[in-house]
Design a binder for this molecule. Structure first.
Ligand code: NAD
Ligand code: IPM
Ligand code: MN
Length: 349
């Protein structure tokens, strides 16, 4: 049987709660297949930092880098917690993993599932994927502050965009569009960010010549937020920069009925490093420990993980089981574990 070494990072807040359910579903989906999932657990996150002072050690990173894939819940504490001010859990752990493991595609599907009461009165069909660049942009930490804390402070956060980095994510997005509905939208802010935006646009135009079947269009990011609410059906594949993609995918989660359904994959398409699958949402300290978190985003992230590992049939079964559970949801609230149990049970049947 094929052995898959899976790093599991439950993290903080609702992270461990949703990951427990994602693992139940993963176990059920692979129980009768000939793959064996060997799980390696890593205790990382804000809670761990407060205990030990560690975010992610070199040894920890090396161990994670040696696995086949990563399943992550969420990391981070209560926004603004003074004890975490300098800890940089987000930078020192989450972004460190995305950068070190060269997760240059941050894949974030947005779908309005049947039966979901989204916030839009007349949403039509919503089914698009945001291909968010994952290793560059304003996220790289290229900046600094001088005269910090004074009225003369100057704080810079420079967006880094390389032709190499942009071209590889754009190529991935075109290939994805060809497997979907042959539509690709570049989202940027070329009217203001002329340097980075200009390069993104030129690269998209050049790669488009190799994909004549794909209809390409462009939207400024501010207008894209309007379209995402007024006519989300126009989108198939959106390719965009790291920060714009972060913002658009929370909005996409909201218009498709809740962040509790939004899955993601941080992909290294070359297979040089393990890819990492996680819900789009964070650790939700406001509901942690109450079993109110929806584990569906984590469960759908398991479907993305299985697909990435070449287990297409298992992935499709997880997606189907989650979708049929979503379709049957009424107004009676269920606990995190009840949702996970129902989806796992459907897979055993
Ligand atoms: P959040 O996504 O944790 O929460 C935003 C809102 O959505 C909250 O009201 C929360 O209760 C709700 N929510 C989130 N997930 C839900 C779920 N599965 N079911 C039901 N409701 C859900 O965002 P935040 O409050 O800005 O961030 C909290 C912490 O998480 C911060 O430390 C932040 O940096 C971190 N964070 C981590 C990740 C990650 O690990 N990938 C992603 C985003 C935020
Ligand atoms: C996400 C999160 C992260 C991001 C933070 C926690 C670093 O918001 O995964 O969307 O900005 O990418
Ligand atoms: Mn985000």
């Amino acid at each position: 049987s094929r052995v898959i070494r899976l790093a599991v990072i439950p993290g903080d807040g609702i992270g461990p709660e949703v990951i427990a359910e994602a693992e139940k579903v993963l176990d059920a989906a692979t129980a009768s297949s000939d793959v064996e999932i060997e799980k390696i657990r890593f205790s990382l996150g804000a809670a761990r930092y407060l205990e030990t002072g560690d975010t992610l050690s070199d040894d920890g990173l090396t161990a994670i880098a040696g696995t086949d894939a990563i399943l992550l819940g969420a990391v981070g504490g209560v926004p603004g917690d003074p004890r975490l001010k300098d800890a940089n859990i987000e930078r020192g752990l989450l972004l460190k993993l995305r950068f070190a493991l060269d997760h240059y595609v941050n894949l974030r599907p947005a779908k309005l599932y049947a039966g979901v009461p989204g916030p839009l009165a007349d949403p039509g069909e919503i089914d698009f994927v945001v291909v968010r660049e994952g290793t560059e942009g304003p996220y790289v930490g290229n900046g600094g502050s001088i005269r910090t804390g004074t009225v003369h402070e100057v704080a810079n956060e420079t967006s880094v965009n390389t032709a190499y980095g942009v071209e590889r994510v754009v190529r991935y997005a075109f290939a994805l569009a060809e497997r979907r509905r042959n539509r690709l939208t570049l989202v940027h802010k070329t009217n203001v960010l002329v340097n980075a935006g200009g390069m993104w646009k030129r690269i998209v135009d050049a790669v488009a010549l190799e994909h004549p079947a794909v209809a390409v269009d462009y939207a400024h990011v501010d207008a894209a937020t309007i379209h995402l609410v007024t006519n989300p059906g126009r989108f198939d594949v959106i390719v965009t920069d790291n920060l714009f993609g972060d913002i658009l995918t929370d909005l996409a989660g909201a218009v498709t009925g809740g962040i509790g359904l939004a899955a993601s994959g941080n992909i290294n398409p070359d297979g040089t490093f393990p890819s990492m699958f996680e819900p789009v949402h964070g650790s939700a300290p406001d509901i942690a420990g109450t079993q109110q978190a929806d584990p569906t985003a984590a469960i759908l992230s398991v479907a993305l993980l299985l697909d990435h590992l070449g287990l297409g049939a298992e992935s499709a079964r997880v997606t189907r089981a989650a979708e049929s559970d979503i379709a049957k949801r009424g107004t009676t609230p269920r606990t995190t574990a009840e949702v996970g149990d129902a989806i796992a049970r459907a897979l055993q049947a």
